[in-house]
Design a binder for this molecule. Structure first.
Ligand code: WTA
Length: 645
């Protein structure tokens, strides 16, 4: 079995870290032996409560129920802003770095407070109340941070939709959670190009009669259309708003936000997170997994449209009174040295990004890294997909010059915060392993019968005790939450990932075991892409699988069966791609489309995806048993014409 070399914790690093290995072991032990005591202490230490809780944790995985710090009252914006004002009002809270390298601003905690309070009052003036859902469809501009925090200030539930999603996808999300207010910008800017966000909102709102206010930030001043009945300029509303806004005191279990994510079936689910537990685990993991110290500049490159942007661009760092960098641009604009130039420019100490970006930058050549100093860097992080050992070593040796521990953090939209991760002062690193569980997290590997595997082995990764930042529900459909996460293995939360545990108790994520793809770190359901393809009149049937892709991790491979009488053509392929972009967004573009006169099906008509996956991966020697197929000859045809040889 492949065993990578181990990088021990540098002695000096352990000496100055919040947590060394002995402390990790003791704290972990306490966190699982007496969770209520452990978490109560953490909740006191990390958060400010307006009123204490009555119970620390109650959960019943069979019913998909969990509650943390119930009865306790707090406000997320007060924890992320107000309580820091006395000691660090003038300290920078957010460094914003624009797409254009000349463009940047620093926002202090005092300024953040003023802007968030004003925007909270603007939302109130548009009728937004506690519990109402607000859709945020914005680029990575500072106003996106204000918008999220302003929602939390008044107890509104934000639903951030990534700016790369299409009008169709945006519409579905607005309708599903019945958002009546939308915040957007005229255009986004990325890599020197503009993205027509307001136009996209216009198309979506044509089908969303309940939206009465669309608040638009003027980012570029580009030309847009305007509907007086619901469009409002952000800057005009802000001019009149008061900077005085008392936070709404929320119960710890009140909903905080909804974030849509893909599963193996149906449309994306609105993952619902609640207030106290989420903020606690976001803050605590930010401090310990990155060994964040006061004054450190922390940069998570994730867009706020993804959970990583929620927990680590915004909430974790701000809850800790930290300095967080928000980046509007892309890794390769103006050129492939951008990340490292920004690290030098703002003296970044902790840098957190996705393997797909690292692989792309690795391909661009080391000279782009070496043109920068990177002396400020102390800790590097990765998230979103398994990192291959080559990319890990490159990150470690070239970017970090062998000086910076790498934290490979495994977690999910549903987990809210890190679950498996090294702690830089405590954990010896093995390239490609997310190493050990965070405090309070009890991972297990289950075999096909649902029995726990002891010691070293491989199986399906599940979690057996609730953790504070866990998903509380699927918005509007609690049964779907039970069916998706708590039914496969009753009594456990099932992650959808496979994993291996080695003899040191380290976890190695092997990837999804369901029909969820991970393309450039973005989650997508094969069913979503198939639904888009079959909307085309020429398509009789479509099956989508992932295949290994050097940069993206996984690429999208689509098999398409045409209607009788339709002729395959490149023009038709382009129409299919356009349809995926229209229905979902550019991230859903199939990389390869193979014409499939027939698909491998069982006699009962079920598509055998296992075979399609093998063909797409060019693993034709291990197709397995095809004798149960209704028509085994379709496999020969697909094999002869496969596109990834
Ligand atoms: C994958 C992103 C390996 C995994 C925070 C998971 C990872 C899915 C890692 C969640 C990692 C995330 N190593 N795989 N360090 N981190 N994944 O919801 O398959 O966008 O189930 O959350 O990404 O993706 P999501």
């Amino acid at each position: 079995m492949f065993e990578a070399k181990t990088h021990p914790v540098p002695t000096e690093f352990a000496a100055n870290a919040h947590i060394n290995n002995e402390q990790y072991l003791a704290m972990y032990q306490a966190s699982v032996a007496t969770p209520d005591i452990f978490w109560a202490e953490q909740a006191q230490q990390f958060l400010s409560w307006q009123q204490p809780w009555t119970s620390v944790c109650e959960f019943d995985f069979k019913k998909g129920e969990a509650s943390w710090f119930a009865g306790g009252k707090l406000n997320v914006s007060a924890n992320c802003i107000d309580r820091h004002l006395a000691t660090r009002g003038e300290q920078t809270a957010i460094i914003w770095e624009g797409d254009d390298p000349e463009d940047n601003i620093n926002i202090s905690y005092n300024e953040l407070h003023e802007q968030v309070c004003k925007l909270a009052n603007v939302l109130k003036s548009r009728g937004v109340k506690k519990g109402d859902r607000v859709c945020i469809y914005m680029p990575m501009i500072i106003e996106a941070a204000y918008a999220m925090l302003a929602c939390t200030r008044i107890g509104a539930v934000h639903s951030v939709v990534f700016g790369g999603f299409s009008p169709e996808a945006l519409k579905d999300r607005i309708l599903d959670s019945d958002c009546q207010v939308v915040l957007t910008a005229d255009e986004g800017v990325r890599g020197g190009k503009t993205i027509p966000l307001k136009n996209n909102v216009d198309s979506a709102l044509a089908h969303c009669p309940n939206v009465h206010s669309n608040i638009v930030v003027a980012r570029t001043g580009g030309e847009i259309s305007w509907d007086e009945s619901h469009d409002l300029w952000y800057h005009e509303l802000m001019e009149q708003a008061s900077a005085d806004c008392e936070p709404e005191w929320m119960d710890s279990e009140d909903p905080l936000f909804i974030l849509y994510t893909s599963g193996s079936t149906g449309k994306p689910k609105g993952v619902l997170h609640s207030t106290g537990g989420y903020l606690l685990q976001a803050a605590m993991t930010h401090k310990y997994a990155f060994d964040y110290h006061d004054g450190d500049v922390f940069w998570c490159t994730a867009d706020v449209g993804w959970v990583t942007g929620h927990s680590y661009t915004l909430y974790g760092p701000l809850a800790n009174g930290g300095i967080t960098l928000m980046f509007e641009g892309v890794p390769n604009y103006p050129d492939a040295s951008r990340f490292w130039q920004v690290c030098d420019k703002h003296q970044v100490n902790i840098f957190y990004t996705a393997p797909t970006a690292l692989r792309a930058l690795m391909g661009a050549g080391d000279e782009f890294v070496r043109s920068s100093s990177r002396q400020s860097l102390k800790v590097l992080g990765t998230v979103g997909e398994p990192i291959n050992p080559e990319a890990w070593e490159w990150y470690y040796n070239i970017v970090g010059e062998g000086r910076c521990p790498i934290v490979d953090t495994w977690w999910q939209t549903e987990t809210g915060a890190h679950m498996l991760t090294p702690l830089p002062g405590a954990t010896a690193l093995k390239p490609g392993s997310a190493t050990r569980p965070f405090f309070g997290v009890q991972p297990v590997l289950l075999d096909s019968e649902g029995k726990e595997i002891e010691g070293a082995g491989e199986g399906n990764l599940a979690i057996k005790h609730s953790w504070p930042s866990q998903i509380r529900s699927v918005y509007g459909d609690h049964q779907r939450m039970i069916d998706t996460y708590f039914s496969t293995y009753p009594g456990y939360y099932f992650t959808g990932d496979g994993a291996r545990r080695d003899q040191d108790g380290y976890y190695w994520i092997t990837g999804r075991v369901d029909d969820v793809l991970n393309v450039s770190g973005h989650r997508m359901g094969t069913a979503e892409i198939e639904s888009a393809l079959v909307l085309h009149d020429a398509v009789a049937e479509a099956a989508v699988v992932g295949y290994p892709h050097d940069i993206k991790g996984q690429g999208i491979y689509a098999y398409v069966t045409l209607m009788n009488g339709q002729q395959p053509s490149d023009a038709l392929k382009q129409e299919f791609i356009d349809l995926c972009v229209k229905e979902i967004g550019p991230i859903a573009k199939p990389d390869l489309i193979q014409w499939a006169p027939g698909l491998p099906k069982t006699r009962s008509g079920k598509i055998m995806r296992r075979i399609l996956r093998k063909l797409a991966a060019n693993e034709v020697d291990s197709l397995g048993d095809t004798s149960t197929l209704a028509d085994p000859s379709v496999v020969d045809e697909l094999m002869a014409n496969r596109l990834n040889q």
